[in-house]
Design a protein. Structure first.
Ligand SMILES: NC(=O)C1=CN([C@@H]2O[C@H](COP(=O)(O)OP(=O)(O)OC[C@H]3O[C@@H](n4cnc5c(N)ncnc54)[C@H](OP(=O)(O)O)[C@@H]3O)[C@@H](O)[C@H]2O)C=CC1
Ligand SMILES: N[C@@H](CC=O)C(=O)O
Ligand code: NA
Length: 432
């Protein structure tokens, strides 16, 4: 029995997926039962390196999504529309769906999964987070016995690639971004990568799986890497840290019967001894802490044709395997989405974390004392304060705090910004 695949998109991930399907030798035998039936693209005249079966290419994606012959629709075009509508059309036509589209799943998950459950079809999205890393299945199935406390991830390959090369080669941001685009890591609009939006989509999906509720993406705090300078990377190094764009979801409830999560994406000082500090280049890693499992880290390539396609094809095989046995009722309790409520997300002011801040000040006596007094008045305890150098008429002062309430820290910063002896606040970063 062959399962007919309708592939929407033949770009980086689509081509990687087709390549696996066209070379089944040495892989799981089930792969031989997945047949590329139609492939939808935008520009049919474009030269493609793949040798596809004849007459499969079309620009009519809607026809694929609704074709009665198609068993599984694989959405790999990216973006919000027409991707969302095509997924919904496929579901309405009774097709199972595989997608790598975190933007659509994080925003329209409720609509999509409700439609899928009603229609009795699967929507699988392993490639949407961590590329080839099997993190979605791990959270959905393998860790189901745990109470999850924390999920911390490096989940954007493009920014990790950029930060790694800035750190190791002192490379220029724009030049490295162009390389990441060339390598097929970046989104069609790389703003989504650089400004942390892609990582926010991904941590919303992971948090939903880890904490068993829907996440409203608007509640996810998001800061990208544009402001990270060579000077900060250098100070981080001297202080024993590396800078990583972290996506963090934590259960911060104060009592067992309450629910409160902190979900955020921001560049972070990570101690060099932390397991996430050595995750470099396009590699992603997701560190999960749960009870009783303790710490678990998944590591692998988070972007690129082959690794991402590995996840896409494994989703197709999972669906094919279920369809073959036909013993499992749909919705399958471990493969389908069964979330009903929205999780409560704490405002950032309530976060308790350490901070690194770099100030440019007039080189006057007593400036350090004024900074210390102001922080003290706002209950911000300092771990270290160093005057690191002089730039023309300005002194540079670097501060690292102990754990503080973010709201208190920001109030102190507002007062400091208004001080006459402060020229500017060059950077503020959170410390893990
Ligand atoms: N690249 C990566 O490493 C990863 C990507 N993803 C996700 O996978 C998805 C695909 O990404 P990627 O392969 O990089 O994207 P690409 O831009 O490389 O490819 C997009 C493909 O979709 C087709 N397409 C786009 N819009 C339309 C449209 N409106 N109508 C018809 N065809 C269309 C394009 O056609 P044509 O070829 O004619 O231009 C192209 O074949 C995205 O959701 C992305 O977020 C997830 C993990 C990793
Ligand atoms: N643009 C994304 C691709 C994978 O999701 C990234 O860089 O991680
Ligand atoms: Na994955």
């Amino acid at each position: 029995m062959a399962f007919k695949i309708g592939l929407l998109g033949l770009g980086t991930v689509g081509a990687g997926t087709a390549e696996i399907l066209l070379s089944p030798d040495g892989r799981h035998p089930l792969l031989q039962e997945l047949e590329i039936y139609r492939v939808g693209v935008r520009d049919i005249s474009r030269t493609r390196s793949l040798q596809l079966p004849e007459n499969v290419l079309t620009t009519d994606l809607e026809a694929i999504a609704t074709d009665p012959q198609v068993d599984i629709v694989v959405e790999l075009i990216g973006g919000l529309e027409p991707a969302r509508s095509l997924i919904l059309q496929a579901i309405a036509s009774g097709k199972h769906v595989v997608t790598a589209n975190k933007a659509v799943i994080s925003r329209y998950g409720q609509e999509i999964f409700e439609a899928a459950n009603e229609k009795g079809v699967y929507v699988m999205s392993e490639a949407a987070v961590g590329g080839g890393i099997p993190v979605i299945q791990t959270l959905k199935q393998s860790l189901g016995a745990n109470r999850i406390q924390t999920v911390i991830g490096i989940v954007n390959g493009t920014t990790n690639y950029i930060l790694t090369r800035m750190q190791t080669e002192g490379a220029d941001f724009a030049e490295v971004l162009a390389d990441a685009q060339q390598l097929g890591y970046a989104e069609a609009d790389p703003t989504a990568d650089v400004d942390g939006l892609d990582a926010a989509d991904k941590i919303a999906i992971l948090a939903s799986l880890a904490f068993g509720g829907r996440i409203n993406l608007k509640d996810v705090y998001c800061e990208g890497i544009r402001q990270v300078s060579a000077a900060d990377i250098d100070y981080a190094d001297k202080l024993g840290f590396v800078i990583k764009l972290l996506a963090i979801a934590q259960d911060i409830k104060s009592k067992p019967d309450t629910e409160m999560l902190s979900i955020r994406v921001h560049p972070t000082f990570v101690p060099k001894t932390h397991p996430l500090a050595s995750v470099n280049g396009v590699y992603n890693a997701i560190l999960v802490e749960g009870e009783p499992i303790g710490q678990l880290m998944l590591y692998g390539r988070g972007a690129g044709a082959g690794p991402t396609a590995s996840a896409v094809v494994s989703d197709m095989m999972n669906i094919a395997a279920i369809l073959k046995t036909e013993t499992v009722p749909i919705p399958h309790p471990l493969l389908s989405c069964t979330h009903q409520h929205y999780c409560k997300i704490a405002p950032m002011q309530e976060l308790v974390t350490r901070f690194y801040a770099r100030f440019l000040t007039l080189d006057h006596p007593g400036v350090i004392g004024k900074l210390g007094t102001c922080f003290g008045e706002h209950k911000v305890s300092l771990e270290s304060v160093v005057q690191t150098g002089i730039h023309g008429d300005l002194a540079e002062i670097v501060v690292v705090t102990h754990d503080v309430r973010e709201g208190n820290f920001q109030q102190a910063i507002d007062e400091i910004r208004a001080m006459e002896s402060i020229d500017s606040i060059a950077s503020i970063l959170r410390v893990l």
